[in-house]
Design a protein around this ligand. Structure first.
Ligand SMILES: Cc1cc2nc3c(=O)[nH]c(=O)nc-3n(C[C@H](O)[C@H](O)[C@H](O)COP(=O)(O)O)c2cc1C
Length: 192
């Protein structure tokens, strides 16, 4: 798959095949993809907690909030829940920690692209109960939880559409998930 096709395919997936697990090797490859990302001043303030046991995944899941725009959907049913998570933390004592949020976007996208190339879908999650997740990970006060990224083999069809004004994602009656994106001419201010 060429890079642009991979970028198009790397959507936010929220329904997965919970019977297809991700092993420790895959988790360490995700951490490799993350740790090799660009970083302001190469300060590398990010730290990670990798989760891929059924027991911990079930616990983490309870504190995540899915697809806020889909008011009539409470998140994936048990058989469609993620099989792994990477919790992304900033080390508050690291230099250049002010850039950690930018760094984290790059590192998460590295992981999501890496995963998708292997057929594994992902969803970045900011809407979560951080205090509860910290209680589960035991990361400690030195580390601030920025995001949780969910992973698994997707069982939903996510379709990119051209945005005609409304950016709200939506689903049709068959469960297909549509994601409107602005067209090039909407985002390109000028070519000079
Ligand atoms: C920083 C960030 C935080 C997000 N937080 C959540 C979240 O809490 N829950 C969720 O279901 N999706 C979350 N998403 C996924 C977005 O809703 C998704 O990117 C958007 O709907 C566009 O879909 P796409 O990723 O397929 O392009 C988040 C995405 C980003 C980049």
């Amino acid at each position: 798959m060429n890079m642009l096709d991979l970028i198009k395919k790397t959507r936010s997936y929220r329904r997965f095949d919970n019977s297809r697990k991700l092993d420790d090797v895959f988790m360490s490859e995700l951490i490799d993809a993350a740790r090799l990302a660009q970083s302001a001043a190469n300060a590398q303030p990010l730290r990670y907690v990798a989760v891929n046991t059924d027991e911990m995944c079930a616990k983490i899941y309870q504190h995540l909030r899915w697809a806020g725009r889909l008011k009539d959907w409470d998140g994936p049913v048990e058989s469609e829940r993620p099989v792994a998570y990477i919790c992304v933390y900033a080390d508050k004592e690291a230099p250049a920690v002010a850039n950690a949020v930018v760094d984290s976007g790059i590192s998460m996208q590295n992981m999501c692209l890496y995963a998708m190339e292997k057929g594994v879908g992902s969803c970045m999650i900011g809407n979560c109960i951080k205090k509860e997740i910290n209680g589960l990970t035991g990361a400690g006060d030195r580390y601030e939880l920025l995001w949780v990224v969910a992973f698994g083999y997707p069982v939903e069809n996510v379709v990119l559409t051209d945005c005609e004004g409304d950016v709200a994602y939506y689903r049709d009656k068959d469960g297909n998930h549509f994601v409107p994106k602005y067209k090039s001419e909407d985002v390109l201010l000028k070519k000079i």
